[in-house]
Structure formats: C-alpha cells, structure tokens
Design a protein around this ligand. Structure first.
Ligand code: ATP
Length: 243
C-alpha cells in the first residue's frame, strides 16, 4: 500500500473473441488516489478491459503495465498479489459462509493465520461500516449488503487498485447513492485507485475524477466528468440528449 503513487496502464490493448473485436487498441491509465469511471453501452468492452487489467484475460496485442513493468506474463493470482483486485458482476460470494468468513478467505489464502485473518477481516468490516452483519450468512444477505461484502473481500489483502464491475447493478437510487458514498471514500481510506464500471450516468459522473468512454471496443472519449458531459461524440453515441 505505502504512500508512493502507483500507475496501472493498458497500452494499445486488443482482444478478439472469434470474429468479435471486443477491444481495439485501447489505452487507459489509472493512478492510486483517483477514481476512473469506465462507461459505454452494452458490449462496449468494459468487462473485457477490466479482465485484462486484472489478469483474467490476456490481450492478443498490446500490454498491461504496473508502474511501467510489463504484466504480460502475470496470471490473475500475480495481479492480486500485487494489489490489483476486483469485484465481479453478480457478487460471487461463498453462499454457505458468513460475511466474516467470506472476507477471511483471501487473507488466509495469502498466508495469514486464521486468527490474524479474522482480526483483519473484522477491522475491514468496521472500516466499511458493515461490522453489524459479520455473522450473517452470505446467502441471506440483501442485495446491497452482498455488494458491500464483495467490496470488503476485494479489499482484503494488498489493495493498490480496486476494479468494481457494476457494483450498483439492480439497486434502487437510494441504495446506489449509499454504495457510492462508500466507493467515494476508498482512495482516501485505503490509498488505492478505483476503476468503476457503472451504467448510471449521474452517479458515475459525480463520483469519478476522470472518465473513459468505450464504444464498440474503441475509446470514444476520455477526460474529466465535465468534459465528457459536454462531449458531442459521447452525447450522440451514448449519453442521450438529457445529460
Ligand atoms: N468470453 C467471450 N466469448 C465471446 N465473446 C465475448 C466474450 N466476452 C465478451 N465477448 C463479446 O465481446 C464484446 C465486449 O463484451 P464486454 O462484456 O467486455 O462488454 P461490456 O461493455 O462489459 O458490456 P456490458 O455492459 O453488457 O457488461 C461483446 O460483443 C461480447 O459479446
């Protein structure tokens, strides 16, 4: 974690699935301390890019780098070990375990004793304001709590960059607002960088420091939320006249 600024980059990343060009020469950069909103219509390539940035997908062309170091040979475990961590669409918690146990799993897997892992997991739940549900079964959690626990689990262990894939999907406006208050605190609270995939435009433009827009596997625009809000290509392709 440390106080040194770190940078995670995609350089000219290209991915194809059969005839589908999921990503075409995409460049992106995120640093610790900032929230980057990754937006674009369905099928734009957002999840594929997050998969590349976390070692779940290898680029066919181009490369991922961490602080300038080429990550081409790293697998997902190598990325995780270096503090690049993520949530998944749909949560993927261990249903038969408690919240606390779910958060302990990556800590034990990283080599901590059960006792130390439990202490760290408890501490993390406290910092995220969800200590009250520590002993609830994951399978019995309401949607919002499930997503919060997913974030807690992603933060369990080294956490330089946290990639959140539609964490507020299916939530009401109020629930989404609550979750985004948590997301907004992550850079200051944990010293990390955040990539946030989020379809709710009002929300993503509000919480992000910068925005990257994908469309059909290509970068359509990038810039501050203010610049994106007024970008003619973005408005035409994606945001709609009301934004
Ligand atoms: N494993 C795969 N096999 C085949 N095609 C895939 C695979 N994963 C993604 N694709 C295709 O690649 C393109 C980009 O998909 P991706 O899921 O990255 O987009 P997305 O922007 O995350 O979309 P959504 O907002 O719907 O989640 C789409 O055309 C998708 O159908």
């Amino acid at each position: 974690m440390g106080s040194d600024r770190q940078e995670l980059r995609a350089n000219a990343v290209t991915v194809s699935f059969g005839g589908v060009k999921a990503l075409q020469s995409v460049d992106l950069s995120v640093s610790t301390g900032e929230i980057l909103g990754l937006i674009g219509p369905n099928g734009a390539g957002k999840t594929t890019l997050v998969n590349c940035l976390t070692g779940f997908q290898r680029p066919a062309l181009g490369q991922i780098t961490l602080n300038g170091e080429n990550a081409s040979a790293w697998n997902a475990v190598d990325f995780r070990r270096r503090g690049i961590t993520r949530t998944f669409q749909g949560g993927r918690l261990f249903a038969d375990m408690t919240v606390l146990e779910n958060v302990e799993v990556p800590l034990v897997a990283s080599g901590l004793s059960r006792r130390v892992a439990r202490r760290e997991a408890s501490e993390l739940l406290k910092r995220l304001g969800i200590a009250g549900i520590a002993h609830n079964l994951a399978s019995a959690l309401p949607y919002t709590d499930e997503r919060r626990v997913g974030i807690a689990r992603a933060l369990a262990g080294p956490r330089n960059f946290v990639l959140l894939d539609e964490p507020a999907a299916g939530m009401s406006d109020v629930e989404c607002e609550e979750l985004m208050q948590v997301v907004q605190t992550l850079p200051a609270n944990f010293g990390c960088g955040v990539i946030l995939i989020e379809h709710n435009m009002t929300v993503v433009l509000k919480v992000s420091h910068k925005i990257h827009v994908l469309d059909g596997g290509r970068t359509l625009a990038e810039g501050t939320p203010q610049a994106i809000r007024t970008n003619a290509a973005v408005i035409e392709a994606y945001l709609g006249a009301e934004v």
